[in-house]
Ligand binder design. Structure first.
Ligand SMILES: [Zn+2]
Length: 67
């Protein structure tokens, strides 16, 4: 499962459900918000892999995370 793989703790920051593109590469944590992507089927900015749509709970100002 790709969900909850981040150990990052985010506290006291309100989270919003957002549609994102998530990198298909299991070794890459690249993702981007759909409203900040410009193509129907973007490729990962980090590794150029295919990306899959999913929904994540994110802080409002998170646009990209490269972790
Ligand atoms: Zn990637």
């Amino acid at each position: 499962m790709a969900f909850m793989r981040s150990k990052q703790q985010i506290e006291e920051i309100p989270l919003y459900e957002m549609k994102v593109w998530s990198c298909d590469n299991d070794e890459c944590n690249g993702w981007m918000r759909q409203d900040f992507s410009f193509s129907e089927q973007p490729t990962c900015p980090l590794c150029q892999s295919r990306m899959t749509q999913e929904t994540r709970m994110l802080p409002e100002l998170a646009h990209y995370i490269n972790s």
